[in-house]
Write a protein that binds this ligand. Structure first.
Ligand code: HEC
Ligand code: HEC
Ligand code: HEC
Length: 441
């Protein structure tokens, strides 16, 4: 609470500072490059078919559908999905060509300004839950194709609920301060010392694919820190480090293994679940092999954090013994006694960097609520893990998590029962059931 209040003050102060600076400098936006006459709702012609097709790929790479479609809804891009932030839920807009409730009356220029600069039609500031700080890197050509594709989607008449954040986040002007601090108004500049392939990977990761939105840790008002792609807490989940660090990052994965993960949703050790399963299903599995390889090359070139593997916790502590016991009874059927799991089905817990990250959120969430791996064209039979929330106490979940983080050559700090209790609350999961309840699972 204190943190949030502090953040509020920081945002408000920054807003004032930014207001003054912007007043002096005028608008530095260069996004007046696009046409400002044709409205989105105006019909396309057959001559536009190629641009529409290319634009579809851009929309997939940008994963626009993930946020702009309500869960279970068949109305793609009609909005209504609430993105949860530490400051409250922010509803993604209806971005179909519907004139009344969507953006049918927008011009191409309005569209560029929203996607790359985070400005609404009337110049109001959008919340950075819309990842414009990444999309600023999208090229003019890709923006044009994306626009043509968005014009081709089915208009849906659906009014999205209004976002209601507490003060001061309800003041869109305050986002100006955020922008001043965290928004870099500069497009993608290729690095001449790197290959074309590396630059293609950088363009996708930094821009359209907005991988940093989840994988780069944030400061208290939600701006990216400099620990680029070094792992970030997403409350229920932890998006692990995806750099060349060989302990908590993916430095030991080959390019092929990274490509597999992004294409199939799993590889020799890992299975994508939660928000990453969504990113794989909606976006990365549809990228070309060349683009996936470019991403892999780029990720492997990132130096990453200086985290180093500690000594593993000793097997003879009470917590480790409890964990080992729970593991051997409840987990070996799928993950095996050697922790190696079933490739491309049940994640390996051994030799899997995500298991040893500094933040055990994904591990605790998975043990408590179970999970399901990404379903992809390349791997249509994903594995599922049952929920254990009803069966184990917080101490037992913490023990199992601590054990798997320190068995089979793994080494990572212990997990505390308090962390498990907090996750249980966050996930709205019941307390453990009394032991005498018959268990016929
Ligand atoms: C991580 C979630 C997320 C992704 C991915 C995303 N958006 Fe958004 N977008 C939002 C949210 C949330 C808003 C509303 C922000 C607000 O209310 O301030 C928004 C707003 C917009 C708006 C402004 C609409 C209006 O009526 O003001 C446009 C246009 C838009 N997004 C287009 C896109 C496109 C195109 C893509 C893909 C390239 C995309 N978005 C990807 C979350 C997302
Ligand atoms: C919406 C948030 C989100 C986005 C966007 C996202 N990721 Fe992830 N990513 C996660 C989470 C959460 C996990 C952990 C998944 C799990 O535990 O199964 C993850 C896991 C991974 C892993 C596996 C790491 C490991 O050690 O197991 C890789 C590799 C990865 N992401 C790469 C990427 C790349 C590349 C992008 C951009 C193309 C990306 N992610 C975009 C949230 C995200
Ligand atoms: C019925 C098979 C099954 C059982 C039993 C099972 N798991 Fe899993 N587990 C899976 C599958 C499939 C996945 C991959 C999908 C996912 O992450 O949700 C997985 C994933 C995990 C992950 C996430 C790995 C990552 O990369 O984030 C952890 C941690 C885990 N299991 C721990 C356990 C523990 C501890 C137990 C015993 C208490 C257990 N599992 C029992 C099938 C199982």
């Amino acid at each position: 609470m204190n943190k949030i209040k502090l953040a509020g003050v920081a945002v408000a102060v920054a807003a004032v500072v930014a207001g003054v600076l912007l007043y002096q400098n005028g608008n530095t936006s260069a996004d007046n490059v696009a046409d400002n006459t044709i409205l989105m709702k105006q019909p396309l012609t057959t001559a536009d078919a190629d641009a529409v097709k290319r634009g579809k790929y851009i929309a997939i790479a940008g994963d626009c559908v993930a946020c702009h479609t309500a869960p279970e809804s068949k109305n793609a891009f009609a909005g209504g999905y609430a993105i949860s932030t530490p400051f409250g839920g922010i509803y993604a807009s209806n971005i179909t060509p519907d004139a009344e409730t969507g953006i049918g009356n927008w011009t191409e220029r309005d569209f560029y300004r929203a996607v790359r600069h985070g400005k609404g039609k009337d110049g109001e500031n959008l919340y950075p839950a819309m990842p414009y700080n990444a999309y600023i890197k999208v090229s003019d050509r890709d923006m044009h194709d994306l626009w043509m594709y968005m014009r081709s989607v089915k208009p849906v008449n659906y009014a999205v609920p209004e976002t209601q954040l507490p003060f001061p986040y309800n003041i869109r002007l305050a986002m100006m301060g955020w922008n001043l601090l965290f928004f870099k108004n500069s497009g993608f500049t290729p690095d001449a010392s790197q290959s074309a392939q590396w630059n293609r990977g950088a363009y996708l990761v930094e821009g359209l694919e907005h991988c940093a939105a989840c994988h780069t840790p944030k400061n208290i008002i939600g701006g990216d820190t400099s620990a680029y792609l070094q792992g970030s807490n997403l409350s229920e989940w932890y998006a692990p480090e995806i750099t060349s660090n060989t302990y908590t990052g993916i430095g030991n994965w080959s390019e092929d293994q990274i490509v597999d993960y992004l294409k199939l949703g799993s590889n020799h050790v890992a299975v994508a679940a939660g928000p990453m399963a969504e990113a794989v299903t909606h976006s990365t599995q549809h990228l070309t092999d060349e683009d996936l390889r470019a991403i892999a090359v780029y990720l492997k070139s990132q130096p990453g954090s200086d985290r180093q593997k500690p000594e593993p916790l000793k097997m003879d502590s009470a917590q480790m013994k409890m964990g080992e016991n729970i593991y051997s009874i409840n987990c070996t059927a799928c993950h095996n006694s050697d922790g190696k799991g079933i490739p491309n089905l049940a994640a390996s817990l051994a030799d899997n960097p995500a298991i040893m990250g500094p933040d055990a959120s994904s591990i605790i969430t998975t043990i408590l609520q179970g999970g399901r791996g990404a379903v992809t064209q390349g791997n249509p039979t994903s594995g599922a893990m049952p929920s254990f929330a009803w069966k184990f106490t917080d101490e037992q979940v913490a023990a199992a998590a601590t054990y798997i983080r320190n068995a089979w050559g793994n080494a990572a700090p212990a997990v505390d029962a308090k962390e498990v209790a907090a996750k249980r609350k966050l996930l709205n999961l019941p307390e453990q059931m009394p032991q005498d309840v018959p268990t016929q699972h």
